[in-house]
Design a protein around this ligand. Structure first.
Ligand code: ADP
Ligand code: LRH
Length: 493
């Protein structure tokens, strides 16, 4: 093909990967050159990201990519999970390790901020759903932290990696929207929210948008990775979910998407935010997307529930292999019990099978009797939460959909895709699993002049090149309605 080589770095909460992509001249292809685990570390009671291990993985991946291209790359783009950050001192050195959003330090912070700015006021200005770990709450929790006092810069994770690669500091807008400090109507900081939260906006580097230049690889980075020449770094949708939504192979506007990895992010793409009180109560967010779009979606726990069960079983000495486990889950009784996969009670790590069983008990449903039934409960619960999010997104935004696109690692999970089609009563198109890397690649390649057009054209390229699987709903959404009602009746105190 005639495509030029780009590296797309995608750091997910469960693994990081460096993908070598070729785009241009009608070609669009992507290959994984390096994947590395993302394993948080608890030190002195705080849960941290192992940021240097991740950075090393990025360097290794760039070196591996370069070996396949004679040391040349037409560009690099970086996306990662949202909300978290590193602090730099006056010399540009990292102050401490970035804290993981699942750390408990944000407990009670929403209430503290609410005393100064009502949740309604906060939502009207930011459109961001309440998640206990939003950056604004993390900064509230860090208020008296000496590191914050010493900090001269705050860089969100992908911007921090880009800074280490290029020496240039910026704040990419799609990810900045997850701080809950951006006004989605202006695409700029909300000074009112910052004032109420006592956040110094001077800590943030200048905003940049997907497609903007973000510097060039430093000589030391070239030496370390064996790359040669000028290698530009381009701002992409640096929030992984922004890149994933750009990477949804949809035709037209009448689609919902579910980006399913560690989280399920389910919603629709809009031109303007929905800031109504009803939307706030439904816990829908208006994150900013590529090309001025709004990602109107809800966070659902996602495959985290499954990941944590697997981790627990392995630690208890009965490790389970995913493929056979999913096969057994497919044979397990359907909708026997379901839990609320939107419940923040599932955010912290640890003890997941027991917490799921406890949620079943509390809502008057039978506990899963074995691993397969636990997995079936998780997947039925996710499908049920997908159904609610797809329905609520349509109702609250007025955007109707005919199809649900599932992208991310969960697109590999046929059972989850089938259950989601059944629960939603809509056809599901599954794939690509690496939508975030593809969205990252497309935005870079367009900035470099290799591909042209807006999101519709970029998505057309995806449809023409990526293998997709179709799942038709099997009918009978009644069982799902009953399960939803059971969960609502079971209630919680
Ligand atoms: P993140 O970007 O949040 O790290 P991913 O999008 O990589 O997450 O998705 C990871 C999840 O995808 C895994 O936890 C697993 O449940 C699911 N997954 C990945 N590959 C497969 C597969 N071959 N079959 C079933 N599920 C898979
Ligand atoms: C998914 C994701 C999601 C955020 C969460 C913190 O990786 O970026 O969109 O809400 O991580």
């Amino acid at each position: 093909g005639g495509g030029r080589p780009f590296a797309a770095v995608d750091l997910g909460a469960s693994s990081g990967r460096v993908m070598l992509g070729f785009a241009g001249g009608g070609e669009l292809s992507l290959r994984e050159v390096h994947r590395f685990p993302n394993e948080p570390v608890r030190v002195g009671g705080t849960l941290y990201w192992d940021i240097l291990a991740l950075y090393r993985g990025v360097l290794t991946g760039l070196r591996t990519a370069g070996r396949e291209t004679g040391g040349r790359l037409a560009g690099v783009g970086i996306d990662s999970w949202a909300v978290d950050y590193g602090l730099l001192d006056a010399s540009g050195a990292l102050l401490g390790n970035p804290v993981h959003y699942r750390d408990g330090r944000t407990e009670g912070m929403a209430e503290r901020l609410a005393a100064r700015l009502s949740p309604t006021g906060l939502y009207a200005r930011t459109g961001i759903q309440h998640l206990p770990f939003n950056t604004v709450y993390q900064l509230t929790a860090a208020r008296d932290d000496p590191q914050l006092a010493a900090a001269r810069r705050l860089l969100l994770i992908p911007d921090l990696i880009a800074y280490w690669l290029t020496g240039e500091a910026g704040t990419e807008l799609t990810n900045a929207s997850t701080t809950q400090l951006i006004d989605p109507r202006t695409g700029d900081w909300s000074r009112e929210v910052a004032r109420a939260a006592e956040v110094d906006l001077g800590l943030f580097a200048p905003l940049r948008r997907p497609g903007d230049p973000a510097g060039r690889l430093l000589p030391g980075v070239l030496a370390e990775t064996g790359l040669t020449g000028q290698v530009p770094v381009t701002a992409v949708g640096s929030h992984d979910t922004a890149s994933a939504v750009a990477g949804v192979p949809a035709a037209g506007e009448r689609f919902a998407y579910i980006a399913t990895g560690t989280w399920s992010l389910a919603g629709v793409e809009l031109d303007a935010p929905v800031l109504s009180e009803e939307s706030r109560r439904a816990n829908f967010t208006n994150e900013l997307g590529v090309d001025g779009t709004v990602r109107y979606l809800r966070n659902i726990m996602g495959l985290w529930l499954l990941q944590e069960c697997l981790r627990e079983w392995a630690a208890a000495g009965s490790p389970q292999e995913l493929r056979p486990l999913l096969a057994r889950a497919a044979e397990a009784p359907p909708l026997r019990s379901v839990v609320d996969a939107g419940d923040p009670e599932f955010i912290p790590p640890g003890g997941m099978p027991e917490r799921i069983a406890a949620a079943c008990r509390r809502t008057g449903q039978p506990e899963p009797r074995n691993e397969a039934e636990t997995v079936r409960c998780v997947l039925d619960s996710l499908a049920l939460a997908h159904r609610a999010a797809v329905a609520d997104a349509q109702r609250l935004s007025g955007r109707e959909v005919d199809v649900v696109h599932i992208v991310g690692g969960g697109a590999h999970n046929e059972l989850l895709c089938r259950l989601t089609a059944d629960a939603c009563g809509l056809p599901v198109v599954a794939g690509p699993a690496e939508a975030a890397a593809l969205g990252n690649l497309l935005v870079q390649a367009r900035a470099a002049g290799g591909v042209r057009g807006g999101l519709p054209e970029l998505r057309g390229l995806l449809r023409g090149t990526q293998a997709l699987r179709h799942h038709e709903p099997s009918g009978g959404t009644r069982a799902w309605e009953r399960a939803a009602a059971r969960l609502a009746d079971g209630g919680k105190d």
